[in-house]
Design a protein around this ligand. Structure first.
Ligand code: G3P
Length: 306
């Protein structure tokens, strides 16, 4: 029997005070926002013009994939995305790793558009090459300084609820747990005896092409799933903690791999889903929808023939 995680009344109460982009009379006024996780402006344009998204997240990898070969080119692409998306938020990631340089770069990115949000890596500063004595709180300090100067931030590369809480405490506007990367890691390192149910995919998913994921989505939901997705469990933990303490930092579910995760993130109470453009293009489709539509259209020919 399907037993989805219950959304507590505290989660709902918190959401009542959160950001709303829709008209108050809209039936989905409290629904999570949908962002595109992309730096390809040709992919973003139809999604925003069609009202599918109301935000964008980028990172250096996405900008490189979109064709940026220099910082100037990356900035020019970010500027174009900001302009297209106004007034919706666009997350732009810092590439500097020293606190003072990060703050200078953050101001530079904030000047590109009034809808920019500065993406700050939460930790990892001691892991940067030749920086093992770096301040482990660099990211938190930058988030706090930007909060104090009124610049919105997105704390990125979040892999546990503690990181999310500290980022919120520093003043982050958004926290970005990376579901897919966590689940990929857990899948590769699956040790059921140590961490029961810590892998993402049903074994059947791995026997099939990724294009079949939507079929498994139906099956997964119909059977109640096994709640094996460590990434989605992370969303649930962060949302619960934020609701317990009425923390208004938005939980932005990132690194999405498939439609199953989108459903699971909604069950877990995510505030925002940032979704790659190719997955966004598939959300309205399902193999049974295709079959149903073909048969209805076929039967409707009877009306025109008489
Ligand atoms: O928004 C974060 C996202 O871009 C990371 O996704 O697919 O590289 O794990 P991925």
């Amino acid at each position: 029997m399907l037993k989805p995680e219950a959304i507590s009344s505290m989660v709902l109460e918190r959401r009542r005070h959160m950001h709303r982009t829709k008209n108050e009379n809209h039936p989905a006024v409290l629904a999570p926002r949908i962002f595109a996780d992309s730096a390809v402006i040709e992919d973003i344009r139809p999604l925003v013009e069609g009202g599918i998204i109301n935000g964008v997240t980028t990172n250096p990898t996405l900008l490189k994939t979109a064709g940026a070969q220099s910082w100037d080119q990356a900035k020019s692409m970010m500027r174009d995305i900001l302009k297209l998306m106004r007034p919706f938020p666009v997350s732009l990631e810092l590439t500097e790793t020293e606190e003072s340089a990060m703050l200078i770069q953050a101001k530079e990115l904030a000047r590109l558009g009034d809808n920019s949000v500065i993406k700050v890596t939460i930790g990892g500063y001691r892991g940067v090459q030749n920086k093992k004595n770096a301040d482990p709180f660099t990211g938190l300090k930058v988030i706090k300084a930007l909060y104090d100067s009124g610049v919105r931030t997105n704390a990125t590369l979040i892999f546990n609820a503690t990181q999310a809480f500290w980022a919120a405490n520093a003043g982050a506007t958004y926290v970005s747990p990376f579901l897919g990367r966590l689940a990929d890691y857990m899948y590769k390192n699956d040790q059921p005896e140590r961490a029961p149910g810590n892998s993402l995919y049903w074994i059947e998913d791995h026997k099939n092409s990724k294009k079949d994921q939507s079929v498994f989505n139906s099956e997964y939901v119909a059977n109640g799933g096994s709640r094996k997705d460590a990434g989605v469990r992370l969303i649930h933990e962060i949302v619960t903690i934020f609701a317990n303490y009425d923390i208004r930092t938005e939980v932005l579910a990132a690194s999405i791999r498939n439609a199953v995760q989108l459903t699971e993130c909604l069950l877990a109470g995510a505030d925002i889903l940032t979704v790659p453009a190719d997955i966004l293009m598939s959300v309205a489709d399902h193999p049974l929808t295709d079959i149903g539509m073909a048969s209805f259209l076929n039967d409707s020919k009877a009306f025109s023939e008489k």
